[in-house]
Design a binder for this molecule. Structure first.
Ligand code: NAP
Length: 531
């Protein structure tokens, strides 16, 4: 064992779902650990994305921790899909219930993290200038936490208020009587726009790519349904964990190409009426075959035409890319909101915004005057928050240099050249291709078990090996290439950020990933070098 004395055994970055559970596991291992969190409170993505309408698109009973039976029994969810507010309440409850707050340092933004090769430890520097040392550095900084503020000409000249859904004001914002521009029509724009329209005098949506969105059909959660699941919560969690996306989406093993049209339509109608992302699981080949994909895509376009009264707006809102290639959204009255007289759509149709001027937004030479601009323009996903931390590994190599041609990891948990650095839901783990909470618990358990193993064996360093990493990166890419997910410019590929390398950033398939991790651990952490 190295002689170096560090301030802590482990520093965890981020107090969202990942960081909180990580801290709990570290406590249970008897390790001295601290979370450093940029925000003033817990919640991670749910802290920052507190815009009106923020709501999870996985059902509450599934989007929650399974690690503690008493916790999952005692917490009562109020709606089918929890609001951001309810999720924040839940995470604060978890924090207090497991006595985590004592080891969380808030308002603590990491500006650099440097590995000391001789002593096998990390020195983390915060914005305040404070430094902390620890044997292990564990990033739980989230996959959708680095807001993307596009560099539109004249952006800073705007005279009114500028908001971003991913960095919403803590005290909210009063839209009453305001003329509001919303830029972006991904999940955030689609959720926030109908809520803004309830208050504002005028709403203009600037759409670059029309998204597919399915009605959420949110409703109060039936106590009988909740009780039935809680009667066998462990069993349900286990079954959900063996599903491709770690959640129950009622996968139907029927091809859209061979299902008779009446049967296909009846299935899609039933799923549309029920609401939720299980619509995308109506057939087994929507993301494998572009002809099959058209069946679902055309059904959604029909629904748009049937809902939106103005035919030109309906046509503009009808997505042209394959269904599911960009993440499918869930909404509450998104399309119907366009029928309101004070709501309109500006279709950028690939042309983009010319510029922003003090009085509003200019498109094709026309100025759309507004008082507020809401950027719902997404995130530098999967890698953004990691690269912002100034991480330097062996030989002083920066993570940004290592990933200059795209993120490279082994299991999404480590990257070669950066010993003792772990990532919870890192690039090339299943993360955004699953229900995030079980994906987080999987990674946290893997990391905690690994740290327990090192402790028992008297080891103090672990590093992913280059060959294992190469093989994993190839495997993740090959799985993605065998699907239609690489057929459009999505944030899964980093394609929403100018200059970001086009690399598929998630492992598709949760159960295979869990099996692989279990096997790696059983083989004494095969593919990692342990010292
Ligand atoms: P997003 O899906 O990346 O959408 C960003 C939107 O902004 C897109 O419509 C994009 O157009 C547009 N945009 C970006 N830059 C632009 C520019 N310069 N000019 C005009 N338009 C521009 O981001 P998001 O909506 O925040 O969602 C990201 C992810 O977060 C979701 O896919 C989901 O995984 C998660 N999320 C989940 C929920 C939920 O659970 N319900 C809610 C919110 C977010 P292009 O498509 O053309 O790039």
């Amino acid at each position: 064992m190295s002689e170096v004395q560090t301030d802590l055994d482990a520093i965890v970055v981020g107090a969202g779902f990942g960081g909180l559970y990580m801290l709990h596991r570290l406590h249970r291992l008897g390790l001295k650990a601290r979370i450093v969190e940029k925000a003033g409170g817990v919640g991670g993505t749910w802290y920052w994305n507190s815009y009106p309408g923020a709501r999870c698109d996985i059902e509450s009973l599934q989007y929650s921790y399974k690690f503690d039976e008493a916790l999952q029994q005692e917490w009562v969810w109020s709606e089918r899909y929890a609001t951001g507010v309810e999720i924040l309440r839940y995470l604060n409850h978890v924090c207090d219930r497991f006595n985590l707050r004592r080891d969380i340092q808030f308002n603590a933004c990491v500006v650099s993290a440097v590995y000391d090769e001789a002593g096998s430890f990390w020195t983390v520097t915060l914005e305040s200038g404070q430094t902390l040392t620890a044997r292990y550095l564990i990033s739980a900084s989230g996959v959708l936490s680095s807001a993307n503020m596009p560099n539109i000409a004249g952006r800073d000249s705007f005279a009114g208020a500028v908001l971003h859904t991913g960095n919403w004001p803590r005290d909210g914002y009063d839209f009453a009587g305001k003329r509001v521009a919303v830029i972006g029509t991904g999940s955030s724009g689609i959720q926030v726009m109908p809520e803004i329209a309830k208050q504002a005098a005028q709403v203009t949506v600037f759409q670059r790519t029309a998204a597919y969105t399915i009605p959420a059909r949110n409703a109060p959660l039936d106590p009988a349904v909740q009780a039935a699941i809680k009667a066998d919560y462990r069993g349900y969690r286990e079954r959900w964990g063996r599903m491709p996306l770690a959640a129950e989406f009622e996968h139907r093993n029927v091809s859209a190409l061979t299902d008779p049209p009446e049967s296909a339509r009846a299935e899609m109608e039933a799923r549309w009426a029920k609401g939720g992302v299980s619509f995308g699981a109506a057939f087994n080949d929507l993301m494998m075959d572009s002809e099959a994909n058209k069946v679902a895509a055309e059904f959604v376009r029909e629904k748009i035409r049937a809902t939106v009264k103005d035919p030109a707006t309906a046509e503009a809102l009808s997505p042209k890319q394959l269904f599911g290639c960009k993440r499918v959204c869930l909404d509450s009255d998104y399309y119907a909101t366009y029928n309101q007289p004070h709501v309109s759509l500006v279709n950028l149709a690939g042309g983009g915004i010319d510029r922003i001027v003090p009085e509003g937004i200019v498109v094709a030479g026309k100025t759309y005057a507004c008082d507020v601009i809401v950027f719902a323009t997404g995130f530098d996903a999967m890698t953004g928050s990691l690269l912002r931390m100034g991480i330097r590994g062996k030989g002083g190599q920066s993570l940004a240099d290592k990933w200059a041609a795209g993120a490279r990891t082994y299991l999404g948990v480590q990257t070669q050249g950066f010993p003792n650095l772990f990532m919870v839901t890192g690039p090339q783990s299943p993360s955004v291709f699953t229900n995030m909470v079980p994906a987080i618990e999987q990674d946290v358990d893997f990391i905690a078990d690994c740290l327990g193993y090192l402790k028992v064996k008297g080891l103090h360093s672990i590093e992913a090996q280059a060959e294992a990493e190469d093989a994993w990166v190839k495997h993740v890419g090959a799985v993605a290439e065998s699907t239609l997910y690489t057929s459009c410019n999505s944030w899964y590929l980093g394609a929403n950020i100018p200059g970001k390398p086009r690399v598929f950033l998630a492992h598709i398939g949760f159960p295979n990933y869990v099996d692989k991790c279990t096997q790696v651990a059983a083989m004494g952490y095969e593919g990692f070098a342990l010292l």
